[in-house]
Design a protein around this ligand. Structure first.
Ligand code: HEC
Length: 155
């Protein structure tokens, strides 16, 4: 009798820990997924700020300067934020497709190219030539789109 009770207690303790472990795991991915999405939104806002500014009759160079830097640093921050398990299987809202982890080499090489274009944008923007800045922003935009077309869920 005493032994049965003891076993039941152990089973109860064991079962109680399963959901806690599951919650901890998804919380770990929730943070990284939300962080990378927030960073991407910042990057997107910076792209828009540059586009808007280059179209003005009197562009404010400090806006362009800080925005180009934000894109280059933001892309570098996001790159390592795709750990295995943080895709659709995490059960959290994410547009990251499973194909990222199936084609990790291509994903990384696309990332490298995007960072190269972002670094080039930082240099081009220093010339304060709005036409050139816009053209380079377009080249960078092609890299963003190229990756999204292949690795981001599109409703
Ligand atoms: C190598 C791949 C890759 C590159 C390069 C890339 N992205 Fe993304 N982007 C993604 C993925 C994957 C997601 C989905 C992330 C998620 O939902 O967890 C995403 C999501 C986003 C989002 C939506 C964020 C949200 O959830 O609200 C924006 C905005 C965005 N990217 C902008 C950009 C811009 C602008 C660039 C270029 C300067 C860029 N991205 C470059 C892969 C990339």
């Amino acid at each position: 009798m005493g032994l049965v009770k003891h076993k039941r207690l152990l089973l109860g303790v064991f079962l109680a820990f399963i959901p806690i472990a599951a919650i901890c795991q998804s919380a770990e991915y929730t943070e990284i997924i939300e962080q990378r999405q927030a960073l991407y939104r910042e990057i997107g806002t910076a792209v828009k700020a540059i586009r808007d500014e280059t179209r003005k009759s009197a562009p404010m160079n400090f806006v362009i300067k800080s925005s180009v830097k934000r894109i280059a640093s933001g892309l570098r921050e996001v790159q390592p934020m795709f750990p295995e398990g943080s895709g659709p299987e995490a059960g959290i809202e994410t547009k990251a497709l499973e194909s990222i982890w199936k084609n990790k080499a291509e994903f990384e090489s696309r990332y490298t190219k995007a960072i190269e274009q972002a670094d080039k944008l930082v240099l081009v923007a220093k010339q304060k030539d709005m036409k050139k800045t816009r053209a380079q922003l377009k080249s960078l935009g092609r890299e963003c789109k190229g990756c999204h077309d292949k690795f981001r869920f599109d409703e």
